[in-house]
Design a protein around this ligand. Structure first.
Ligand SMILES: C[S@@+](CC[C@H](N)C(=O)[O-])C[C@H]1O[C@@H](n2cnc3c(N)ncnc32)[C@H](O)[C@@H]1O
Length: 209
């Protein structure tokens, strides 16, 4: 099996194919249940959705009053997100800034976001560096919410297909952040709903004020 590189060209092609063949499924996909459960009660403010894809979570945050910066390096995914936010009306669309950029180098404005979200993004370099970069955007008292996927069986096709790229893990997130500066609210692996379909690393941390 050839292992894909999860680079911009890969994602751009995948988004173009997915939207061509299953636009209705994409448009109907609900926002991430873990994000909704963990952040619904937070006071709204500025949010960053890093690796936003077509923006299901971005739209949900904006609909709940967050001012959202949504970053992805797939222009096709961002165009879909923009179209969906326009369709949702000017209140929601007006609360979202769509940014096409590469998270491998892109830096959030330091300490400016009350919530930084990064869900299921493959990391080509160091996961700990990525976690620290995302965390640098969180304002004092704000929240960092990360999720990463891991197949149950490390020998499975799903894991093999990932090649040398990984998603965030609990160990890497805990190692990346200074316990004096961050309070862990959630840092654990949670199984997916369908048995045997893998686990999510779920990380929710609050930056001490
Ligand atoms: C598995 S999808 C997850 C999308 C969304 N966060 C979600 O939970 O549905 C990963 C997304 O991250 C984006 N992505 C991956 N690596 C990236 C990078 N280095 N810079 C910007 N976006 C990236 C991809 O284009 C894709 O939209």
């Amino acid at each position: 099996m050839t292992t894909p590189k999860f680079d911009q060209a890969f994602w751009e092609q995948l988004w173009a194919k997915t939207l061509r063949e299953r636009a209705d499924v994409v448009a109907g996909r609900p926002p991430n249940a873990r994000l909704m459960a963990e952040t619904a009660s937070l006071p709204v403010g500025r949010a960053l959705d890093a690796g936003c894809g077509h923006g299901a979570e971005t739209l949900w945050l904006a609909a709940h009053g967050w001012q959202v910066t949504a970053v992805d390096f797939s222009a096709t995914a961002l165009a879909q997100g923009r179209a969906m936010s326009d369709a949702a009306g000017p209140d929601i669309a007006g609360r979202i800034s769509w940014v096409e950029d590469d998270l491998a180098a892109w830096m959030p404005e330091p300490g400016q976001y009350d919530l930084v979200v990064c869900l299921y993004v493959h990391v080509a370099g160091s996961v700990e560096d990525m976690v620290r970069r995302m965390a640098s955007g969180v304002a004092p008292g704000g929240t960092l919410f990360l999720a990463g996927y891991r197949a149950d069986d490390p020998r499975s096709d799903a894991d093999a297909a990932r090649g040398n790229q990984v998603q965030v893990s609990v160990e890497a997130a805990v190692a990346a952040l200074d316990a004096g500066e961050w309070e862990w609210v959630v840092a654990e692996e949670r199984p997916r709903v369908v048995a045997g379909s893998g686990v999510d690393a779920v990380i929710r941390a609050r930056r001490r004020a």
